[in-house]
Ligand binder design. Structure first.
Ligand code: PMV
Length: 353
């Protein structure tokens, strides 16, 4: 039988700065301006709706994957400490998927360094699985292209599919129940945006860096199963996406912010209406939301978005970000405030760089 020809998505790619079986990758978190909330397939991590995000230039995750021919199981460390329980299981299950595709039985040593507060609704899982997918792809020699990497990262954490790309990215839900392989239709890709004209920044207000009480996985499951607001939000989110793309194309920051804020508040409304309710927003969150309203009343373009945690990301112009950060800093008292711009795509790099 003839050997299978490599295709565009399977051709092994030389891994810059990485020896065979050893690769290090860096990836950045992303913040969705039109949210992903709810899976139609938990196993394949297929969402009900499309989503759109900006990758940040802060809080990178660096992950090294080194194959260990002598090992009977994977070793996984996060910031130098062994990962245990469910977080470890998610990483080993992800590596099992890579091994199955690579036809390799080899276990790996995975060392991850996070600079984002883990589990605080700041998308550490997005940068984490985008970095892991990029490093594991190179270490196991899968040779995936960016689309393939995005599909792979998606299996670790849905939002990670978008962190494979820099700047702005849209994650396609894929067509439900149209036959064929549903995995193939659901991936992210870059959205062309006139970034200089838009001049976007996200002021990140960390009001609580502790881990969240309810995982996004569980919260989504409960929302989809029990919230009477879920379906209306999902429908309006598709309309938000169309409006968002148009606003980005026009570099209309106020329109981008207005859609982003209402989409996020709507997502949280679906959770508040779940049974029992999931509430990530805290008193400190509402204090920041009040500050954002005050900024708008004072003529500053500032719009808020929140994910699966109490922290607030305020979209504004880069040229006004210091002023926005100052007002937000006053409001959070004790929390930390960071200014982020559009960040780079996930990439391989030297292990000791
Ligand atoms: O990738 P996950 O399972 O952690 O989902 C997180 C989803 C949100 O961050 C709340 C929204 C989004 O689109 O990133």
């Amino acid at each position: 039988m003839a050997a299978e020809q490599p295709t565009a998505t399977t051709r092994p790619r030389p891994a810059p700065g990485s020896a065979a079986g050893d690769a290090t990758a860096v990836a950045h978190p992303n913040i969705a301006l039109v949210k992903y909330w709810g899976k139609r397939d938990e196993q394949l991590v297929l969402p009900w709706t499309d989503s759109l995000s900006m990758t940040l230039d802060v809080f990178p995750t660096t992950t090294r994957v080194r194959l260990d021919p002598g090992a009977g199981e994977d070793t996984v460390t996060l910031d130098g400490a062994p990962l245990e329980g469910e977080p470890r299981r998610r990483v080993t299950a992800f590596l099992d998927l890579v091994r199955e595709r690579a036809g390799s039985p080899l276990r790996a040593v995975v060392d991850t360094r996070n600079t984002v507060p883990t589990g605080a609704g700041l998308a550490s899982s997005a940068s984490g699985f985008a970095a892991l997918a990029t490093a594991a792809d190179a270490a196991y020699g899968l040779g995936l292209d960016a689309t393939g990497l995005s599909r792979l990262a998606r299996r670790g954490s849905g939002s990670a599919s978008r962190s494979v790309f820099g700047g702005f990215a849209i994650w396609h839900a894929g067509q439900p129940d149209r036959g064929g392989d549903p995995d193939l239709g659901s991936y992210a890709e870059p959205v062309p945006v006139p970034v200089a004209a838009l001049d976007p920044a996200l002021v990140v207000a960390v009001v609580d860096a502790g881990p969240k009480a309810v995982s996004s996985r569980e919260a989504m499951r409960r929302t989809v199963a029990t919230s009477p607001l879920y379906r209306p939000w999902a429908a309006s989110s598709q309309a938000d996406l169309a409006e968002m793309r148009e606003a980005l194309r026009r570099a209309d920051l106020d329109a981008v912010g207005e859609v982003a804020e209402r989409n996020a508040l709507g997502m949280h409304a679906t959770m508040l209406a779940a049974r029992p309710a999931v509430r990530y927003l805290s008193a400190a969150t509402l204090t920041v939301l009040d500050a954002v309203l005050e900024l708008r009343r004072a003529g500053v373009s500032a719009w808020a978005t929140m994910d699966a945690g109490p922290n607030v990301k305020v979209l504004c112009r880069r040229s006004e970000a210091d002023r926005v950060a100052g007002v937000v800093r006053e409001a959070v008292r004790g929390g930390s405030v960071h200014i982020a711009g559009p960040g780079p795509a996930a990439r391989l790099r030297d292990a000791d760089a």
